[in-house]
Design a protein around this ligand. Sequence first.
Ligand SMILES: [Zn+2]
Length: 70
Amino acid sequence: MVWGKVHSWTFECLDCEWRTTTMPAGDMLLRGVTHFDTCPACSGENLMRREATDLERLIERILPAKRGAR
Ligand SMILES: [Zn+2]
């Protein structure tokens, strides 16, 4: 499977331990799913966004638990 130039973002909360890596489909940003303005864990606004590393992308793909029950 070729993932091409899919941009993956890692959001990190500076106030707590919350962190997530998202892989938006195309340019679509779904607030609360692939894009976060505030931390869903502590409602903090000190979120940092950076491009996900290859390792984080890999983890995101092999950890279905983060996708919810499926
Ligand atoms: Zn937080």
